[in-house]
Design a protein around this ligand. Structure first.
Ligand code: PAF
Length: 281
């Protein structure tokens, strides 16, 4: 695996891949890799000739009171994991390489970036779309793989790719869960043993909604009330949002008569976790 620290190195390597007529797959990460990330790498490996992964803790997507400083940075372990997945290129730039002094350009997807996590984390999605646009322009992948756990992120990135005519296909891969249902996340590492137990309520509340939906409930208000009820019973868990939305507009729905996204975000102690399910028609 070749490690590229500079934009020039990564761009040159990617251009050689394309010159050789090979299909380049890309997985963007902030490191602290877990099975969720590795599932994206494996999906990329299964359909692409060459795979590049980026590790970059993007300061632009963290709010001033968020966990940028303490975000886990485990580069040695991460690069070992990627090496054993036979990844071809690891792009690991510094913040100064990605955002040299004077950088002043943002990519913002209007109308979507202030919904779900965007409401409680203003500036988060513009930070994500800015870095992902830059990564796409540097790596120029044929396909890019993202996790369904960040469902709103995937919707927003798809919109950006369409609006900017970026020549990359977005592939969204299923959520990878712990055996007890907790969605894998780099932030799970922050949880104390007690918080780790409490965190299961996110998935439990989604399953409760899923079960009621299966039994015929189609009122979003009733489904949300059932999920909120479970979440409120778990001490140490503070709900940020539980919403049922249209997966492409992220607007709330009142009646579930087409596929919907049920998305939850909650603080477990000081750790903010997210999860979601998609309900069919
Ligand atoms: O999903 C993430 O880990 C990040 O938001 C991403 C896509 C790597 C951009 O920094």
């Amino acid at each position: 695996m070749k490690i590229c620290k500079t934009i020039d190195e990564m761009r040159l390597a990617a251009r050689e891949v394309r010159r050789a007529g090979k299909r380049l797959g890309f997985v963007a990460t902030m490191g602290a890799l877990h099975e969720g990330h590795l599932s994206l790498v494996r999906a990329a490996k299964s359909v692409c000739d060459v795979v590049a992964v980026s590790i970059f803790v993007n300061p632009l997507q963290f709010g001033p009171t968020e966990d940028l400083a303490k975000y886990p940075r485990t580069f040695e372990r991460d690069s070992g994991l990627l090496e054993s997945e036979a990844v071809d290129f690891l792009f690991a730039p510094t913040p100064a390489e990605m955002y040299p002094a004077g950088a002043a350009t943002y990519v913002t997807v209007e109308g979507l970036s202030d919904k779900l996590c965007g409401r409680s984390r203003p500036g988060h999605f513009p930070g994500v779309t800015t870095v992902v646009a830059k990564l796409f322009l540097i790596v120029e992948p044929d396909l890019a793989f993202f996790g369904q756990k960040d469902a709103a992120q995937s919707t927003i990135i798809r919109r950006m790719v369409q609006d900017l005519n970026l020549p990359v296909e977005i592939v969204v891969c299923p959520i990878v869960r712990e055996p007890d249902g907790l969605a894998m996340s780099s932030r799970n590492a922050y949880l104390t043993p007690q918080e780790r137990k409490s965190a299961r309520v996110l998935h439990r509340s989604l399953m409760e909604i899923n079960n009621r939906f299966d039994r015929g409930e189609r009122s979003a208000a009733n489904l949300i009330a059932a999920g909120r009820q479970l979440l409120s019973q778990e001490s140490g868990v503070r709900l940020d949002y539980l919403e049922i939305v249209d997966p492409s507009t992220l607007d709330p729905v009142t009646q579930l008569d087409k596929p919907t996204l049920v998305a939850v975000a909650a603080f477990v102690g000081n750790t903010r976790l997210i999860d979601n399910i998609v309900l069919p028609v």
